[in-house]
Design a protein around this ligand. Structure first.
Ligand SMILES: *[C@@H]1O[C@H](CO)[C@@H](O)[C@H](O)[C@H]1NC(C)=O
Ligand SMILES: *[C@@H]1O[C@H](CO)[C@@H](O)[C@H](O)[C@H]1NC(C)=O
Ligand SMILES: *[C@@H]1O[C@H](CO)[C@@H](O)[C@H](O)[C@H]1NC(C)=O
Ligand SMILES: *[C@@H]1O[C@H](CO)[C@@H](O)[C@H](O)[C@H]1NC(C)=O
Ligand SMILES: *[C@@H]1O[C@H](CO)[C@@H](O)[C@H](O)[C@H]1NC(C)=O
Length: 480
């Protein structure tokens, strides 16, 4: 940027541009209202174990406080506080103080992953005329979303995801026509699909996932020409995928409708979604064949059709590299692991439980095994040995292959340090149980032909029962 500018601007002018930010940082003193408003917010916080607000001190320039941004005239324009979900200490307890109303130039409020901010919907945001971006995510706000939410007509993004809001989404939401992102996922919202959303034609991102919404998904997507993500998973929606979803084809990247009660055939227009990255239709009641048009989903990376009642034949996909695939628990008889899976250079999750696979693992030669984290081939008729495969999957986390015809010496199976779950129950596995399995979180080697003394583990007897001659705790002691 600076380099490009220097070609067009005379030197003194350039110097001015480059030094302005430094002048601002060293000389600005924030507006007294902003300081009051932010210190008021701080006093609403009752517990800040990681010291997120430790730089917020009266008499110091609030533009330099952690999470605070100032722009024109040194007024505070955004507050951005992020907790880290993997750090137990990184949260804030308390409520969002109404004194934030004093920070009149706010255009963005980002309070994300703070986990323990509670209270009702923060009504103070109705008094902030410049506010455009609200992301209050993964906290503990509760109660209803206010009826007059539609008054916030200047909003361009609203996310209240991961809170405990209840009730229905008010119909006035239809007035927020400048919204490009609406995320109300992971709350306790009830009722039908909020009809007002039909008016929000600028949306690029819509998520209502993980609520308790029910009824049909309205046929209202014809004019949503900008939508990139439609995420309605984990509700109780029923009925068909509406026809107007087909209008989203040129641009949609994420279509996630899993864990609902949707039914009917998969529409063949899904094959027109040339840009689709992720299609999740799992845990529904979809039936019939998977449309041939799926061969045109050439960009798909994540495909989950598991737990439906879909039937053969499965189309021979034309995709360069699938990353995750789950076709488990349908009515497929794939016979083999599909070639377009075997050839993927980037696959990390392969789940084909109860897919009618009858091959030998010895003849399966995946192009690349480096990225594999999850493999589930349970409930098929797979023979041979997984020893070579697991010798090549250095970062495997889960291997499940129960109810097959795998025949191998368990002591030869490489147990990598990343492995957490191993289920090879109901096969033809022989040999002893090696001590290497003690580090796993879950183990099931029941109903095989194992023998000998068990190493000391925390696993229950049902992990080991039904073998030829295993003994020692938690099974009966070995005979001397
Ligand atoms: C979360 O907030 C509630 C209510 O303010 C409080 O009782 C609780 O102790 C807080 N939890 C933690 C882990 O600080
Ligand atoms: C919403 O769409 C209209 C019409 O396409 C456009 O003029 C406006 O700038 C958009 N608003 C936002 C916030 O993108
Ligand atoms: C795939 O797309 C091409 C071009 O849009 C189309 O002609 C063809 O019929 C499609 N294939 C299937 C099986 O739908
Ligand atoms: C596992 O791989 C290593 C190195 O690639 C090789 O030396 C070893 O023989 C293999 N073990 C088995 C059981 O295939
Ligand atoms: C192990 O698998 C058997 C049979 O598949 C099952 O009955 C048992 O509950 C499982 N035990 C554990 C601990 O997963």
């Amino acid at each position: 940027m600076e380099l490009a500018l220097s070609r067009y601007l005379p030197f003194p002018f350039l110097l001015l541009i480059l030094t302005v930010p430094y002048i601002k940082i060293t000389s600005a003193v924030c507006h007294v209202d902003d300081e009051k408003g932010l210190l008021g917010f701080k006093s609403g916080i009752t517990h800040d174990p990681s010291g997120m607000l430790s730089t917020w001190k009266a008499g110091t320039d609030c533009c330099t406080w952690a999470g605070i941004n100032c722009l024109f005239n040194d007024r505070v324009t955004s507050i951005s506080l992020f907790g880290q979900l993997d750090k137990p200490n990184s949260f804030l307890s308390g409520t969002i103080s109404p004194s934030l109303l004093k920070v009149q130039n706010l255009d963005g409020i980002y309070l994300q992953n703070l986990r323990n901010i509670s209270g009702k919907f923060p009504d103070l945001i109705f008094g902030l005329p410049k506010l455009k971006f609200v992301y209050i995510e993964n906290n503990k706000l509760s109660g209803q979303i206010p009826m007059n939410i539609g008054k916030l007509t200047q909003l361009e993004a609203l996310s209240l995801a991961g809170n405990q809001f209840t009730g229905t989404l008010p119909s006035s939401i239809s007035e927020l026509t400048q919204l490009t992102q609406l995320n109300l996922g992971n709350n306790h919202l009830t009722g039908q699909f909020p009809a007002g959303i039909k008016q929000l034609k600028n949306l690029t991102f819509l998520s209502l996932e993980r609520n308790k919404l029910s009824g049909t998904i309205p046929d209202m997507f014809k004019s949503f020409t900008n939508l990139r993500s439609l995420i309605l998973s984990r509700n109780a929606f029923s009925g068909k995928i509406p026809d107007s979803v087909s209008s989203l084809a040129p641009r949609l990247l994420y279509l996630e409708l899993g864990h609902n009660a949707l039914s009917g055939q998969l529409p063949s227009f899904l094959g027109n979604f040339k840009a689709l990255d992720t299609l999740d239709l799992s845990w529904n009641l979809f039936s019939g064949v998977v449309p041939k048009s799926f061969v045109n989903l050439t960009k798909i990376f994540n495909l989950d059709l598991s737990h439906n009642v879909l039937t053969d034949p499965f189309p021979e996909m034309n995709v360069k590299g699938i990353e995750s695939l789950d076709l488990s628990y349908n009515k497929f008889h794939l016979k083999e692991i599909p070639k377009w899976v075997t050839s993927s250079p980037i696959i990390y999750s392969l789940k084909l439980a109860k897919c009618g696979i009858q091959m030998s693992l010895d003849s399966w030669k995946p192009a690349e095994t480096y990225f594999y984290d999850f493999i589930d081939l349970s409930d098929n008729e797979i023979s041979g040995s997984p020893v070579d495969l697991l010798n090549r999957t250095d970062y495997l986390v889960e291997f499940k292959a129960s109810e097959n015809k795998l025949r191998f010496d368990l002591e030869k199976l490489r147990i990598v340090t990343t492995l957490k779950q191993l289920d090879i129950s109901r096969n033809l596995v022989y040999g002893k149980v090696p001590a290497a399995i003690t580090g796993l979180e879950k183990l099931n080697v029941s109903y095989n032909h194992l023998c000998g003394q068990l190493p000391q583990t925390k696993f229950p007897a049902s992990s080991f029962v039904g073998n030829d001659c295993l003994c020692g705790s938690p099974l009966p002691p070995c005979k001397l």
